[in-house]
Design a protein around this ligand. Structure first.
Ligand SMILES: [Ca+2]
Ligand SMILES: [Ca+2]
Length: 454
């Protein structure tokens, strides 16, 4: 359990190399989703206070009292005290995690800056992990697997993937909904000359062991003015269309004003039809995309005003689209994304104006925000629909890269009805779900964690 209150973070500031974090976290590698690499200093965030959902545990004070007890306390007294402390610890654990939490799932496995974990939708119980440098790996979902059981499906780290900026690299992977038959895998990565995001389709061999290195078909390329804020996540929605997130282009504070500009694909979530190429492009535009009749708007845009959605997901039962949007100086947010929605960046950051910005009636607030004392680089998660933890059924599980804190929340479509901190895992790069609906985390430090009863 977390006995120590997290020290307040000074707020993310942009700088070359993005290395001006609070000393609390300077020992960490920088997140792939938060820190601009080449922008000017933007000043510290306000770090507005927001209390934890979980009350502070009294155990620390109690342990102090015990430790300061004079020598006259005999062995029997110590035994009684120990029992009391253990009871209190147990009670606090119940408050904090309610009998569940994240633990290392595959003790023999470690990866090099893993940024995504997902399952192959082909009836096999396999997990796929992507490493930021450009490797796609898979292994059978068994706790005892070893490094020898990890297969390299593809390695495009030797030049194809740009890995210069902290937030550049192989960022996203999605299996086609009909992957079991067509073997299509989609990758989203950074590339050079010009600096850009590339979305492309690849084909696995018939046994789905390797991705054919000569099979790439580029679908979409978007130039990146700066090395940071590249979004990265890609998912097929329940409608069969491919959703893609792109950040605001980068630097800090959205200097090109891409957030509210519908004529750029940056700062938006896109929705395209990869099965029906159209008008000479390798993809089509879904007929009900929200801006197809809007003058000067890119028809690929599904939602906009997003600063840098690093990770998003669909509720596998309701189809609700959840996203974590990484904030600038003060606020991290969780958004419910709807067609045509304007999520406010850059006039807005969380529930507040950014840099004196004005809220217009169309701007949609997040459902939850976290101040800098709790979060500094939000990692969107998944709605739980596994079997191991019935009490979490339908709860959205997400966390923060910098503080490592993890929360569960419930939202009834109008308001948040439950919101609780449940655990802590270092350097949360991504959440993922296996074929059984159980939730995992890949930590940028290399380990994979699984949410399970404790
Ligand atoms: Ca960028
Ligand atoms: Ca927003």
């Amino acid at each position: 359990m977390n006995k120590r209150k997290n020290p307040p973070l000074r707020g993310l500031r942009d700088g070359v190399g993005g290395s001006d974090y609070d000393p609390f976290i300077t020992s960490l590698e920088l997140p792939p989703n938060a820190v601009p690499e080449e922008a000017a200093d933007e000043g510290a965030g306000s770090g507005a206070a927001m209390s934890f959902a979980v009350p502070p545990c009294p155990v620390i004070c109690f342990v102090c009292i015990v430790n300061q007890s004079p020598p006259r306390y005999n062995a029997a007294m110590k035994t009684i005290t120990t029992i009391l402390v253990c009871s209190l610890l147990s009670a606090c654990s119940a408050i904090y995690a309610e009998g569940y939490g994240f633990s290392v799932a595959f003790k023999n496995l470690s990866f090099e800056r893993p940024v995504l974990i997902t399952a192959a939708p082909d009836g096999t119980d396999r997990l796929f992990v992507i490493e930021q440098a450009g490797r796609v790996l898979w292994f059978e979902n068994r706790p005892e697997v070893t490094g020898a059981d990890v297969h390299v499906a593809l390695d495009i780290s030797g030049g194809k993937v740009r890995r210069k900026g902290n937030e550049e690299g192989l960022l996203g992977l999605a299996f086609h909904p009909d992957f079991a038959n067509n073997r299509y895998v989609f990758l989203h990565y950074s590339a050079s000359e010009p600096r850009r995001n590339v979305l492309s389709r690849w084909t696995m061999d018939p046994d789905a062991n390797v991705i054919r290195p000569d099979s790439e078909q580029v679908i979409l390329e978007v130039e990146q003015p700066f090395g940071n804020h590249n979004g990265g996540d890609i998912h097929f929605g329940p409608d069969g269309f491919l959703y893609i997130t792109l950040g605001d282009g980068g630097a800090g504070g959205d200097p090109h004003e891409n957030g509210q500009n519908l004529s750029t694909l940056l700062a938006a979530m896109l929705r395209i039809d990869v099965d029906h190429p159209q008008d000479g492009k390798p993809y089509g535009i879904p007929a009900d995309n929200p801006f197809i009749h809007t003058q000067n708007a890119r028809p690929e845009i599904y939602a906009y005003g997003l600063r840098n959605v690093w990770r998003f997901s669909f509720d596998s039962e309701t189809g609700t689209l959840w996203a974590g949007d990484v904030g600038q100086n003060a606020k991290e947010e969780i958004d419910i994304i709807t067609a045509g929605g304007n999520y406010g960046w850059n006039p807005r950051e969380g529930f507040s104006p950014y840099n004196g910005g004005t809220k217009t009636p169309d701007m949609i607030d997040p459902i939850v925000e976290h101040g800098r004392n709790e979060a500094a680089s939000i990692t969107g998660g998944y709605v739980y629909h596994g079997n191991a933890l019935p009490q979490l059924q339908g709860a959205y599980i997400y966390g923060d890269y910098v503080t490592g804190l993890i929360w569960q929340l419930r939202y009834d479509g109008t308001q948040v009805t439950e919101h609780q901190q449940i655990d802590k895992v270092p350097e949360i790069a991504s959440f993922g779900v296996d074929t059984h609906g159980e939730i995992y985390i890949c930590s940028l430090r290399g380990k994979i964690y699984k949410l399970a009863p404790k």
